[in-house]
Design a protein around this ligand. Structure first.
Ligand SMILES: Cc1ncc(COP(=O)(O)O)c(C=O)c1O
Length: 359
């Protein structure tokens, strides 16, 4: 019940254990096509270039930055937690001149802040935000910010590592040009792949570069030869992780996106109600709280590290610590994918009750 990895379904573990075949085997190639089709359904996009990068969520972040940024490009990045901060670092390493739009941790990035940044940097290459900030539990609405990006002639980049599969992510309807996610959050697969999707607009920007993509491994122009129709060897795909993702995506689509989102929302509401009975609350911005990652305020005087340790050692429940300015002030309770079940919420609340001396 931490910030990921989440629980993994037995069927996904079984898929991981299937015999490893070659990365150009016709059976594997067929499976790659199915993974692409299912990822498009989960991302709600028709983008042909939708596939999993070999690497965790941060590899998807690097993929977007490395392919879209050329040295000296201006970009605007919303920073309201650890992962916006990381994206600034990654973009700068790719040679971007980054304009940060900061919000206090736990709050969302407001469209007005982006509008103000555009008065200083009117023609950025892209505007990026973290949809679901796992470090704070805040869900920034992307639609208005996507519109501002489009009006400015910029691409819109979205970090959907924690949102995908746990709450609506609508790449085409929202006008997202580049999105990356991770397998180990609401898709409930082990960590190791980063599903990405690029719009035709973003692909054109990557194709028209004046300079080579600084990362050979993440160059979309090379990767698309393997994941597209040509099937040219680029690097050896992590075969078994792709089996696992295939099975996890099947699970998501069999359940149905709407039903899955409702399950996450209901678990969040049950957690919130149980916390209220214990005099506790979720501290991220009201009205913008994630269902899948709950930033629970720790009462003053309570040793947060000791609480987490007791939950783990006595009750077998892992939760996450606060990071940065929230260190010591919150615990992060994940309700992602397979973890988002009423019985887990109940078990957590019962354990918390004992730890807080309410039993
Ligand atoms: C919102 C967000 N972005 C990016 C990442 C980085 O993903 P990974 O740790 O899989 O590299 C994470 C991981 O927790 C995340 O929560």
């Amino acid at each position: 019940m931490g910030p990921g990895p989440s629980l993994v379904a037995p069927s996904v573990y079984a898929a991981l254990a299937r015999p490893t075949i070659g990365h150009l085997d016709p059976e594997f190639v067929r499976m790659m096509e199915e993974v692409k089709v299912m990822l498009r359904a989960v991302f709600q996009t028709t983008n042909p270039l939708t596939f999993p990068i070999s690497g965790t969520g941060s590899a998807g972040m690097e993929f977007c930055c490395a392919n879209l940024i050329e040295p000296g490009d201006e970009v605007i990045i919303g920073v309201n937690g650890v992962f916006g901060t990381r994206m600034v670092d990654v973009a700068e390493r790719c040679g971007a001149k980054v304009t940060r739009v900061d919000a206090p941790w736990g709050q969302i990035i407001e469209p007005a802040q982006i509008r103000e940044a555009l008065t200083r940097v009117p023609r950025p290459k892209f505007i990026a935000i973290v949809h679901a900030e796992t470090s704070t539990g805040a869900l920034t609405p992307p639609v208005e910010i996507a519109r501002l990006a489009r009006e400015a002639g910029a691409l819109f980049v979205l970090d959907a590592v924690t949102s995908l599969g746990g709450c609506p992510v609508e790449i085409d309807a929202w006008g997202v040009d580049a999105v990356y996610s991770g397998t180990q959050k609401c898709l409930s697969c082990p960590p190791g792949l980063s599903p990405v999707s690029l719009s035709p607009r973003a692909l054109e920007v990557a194709a028209r570069r004046q300079t080579k993509v600084q990362s050979w491994y993440l160059d979309v122009n090379l990767l698309s030869s393997y994941w597209g129709q040509e099937r040219v060897y680029h690097h050896t795909a992590p075969i078994n992780m792709n089996y696992a993702l295939h099975e996890a995506l099947r699970g998501v689509l069999i359940e149905g996106l709407e039903a899955r989102f409702r399950r996450h929302e209901q678990c969040h509401q049950a957690l919130r109600a149980g916390l209220a009975e214990l005099g506790l609350e979720i501290v991220s911005q009201a009205g913008h709280q994630l269902w899948q990652l709950n930033a629970v305020g720790v009462p003053a005087g309570l040793d947060e590290a000791a609480l987490r340790k007791r939950l783990l050692t006595e009750f077998g429940i892992e939760v996450g610590a606060g990071l940065g300015p929230l260190k010591g002030r919150i615990i992060r309770v994940g309700l992602m994918g397979e973890t988002a079940r009423p019985e887990h919420v109940a078990r957590f609340l019962a354990a918390l009750r004992v730890c807080l001396g309410h039993a």
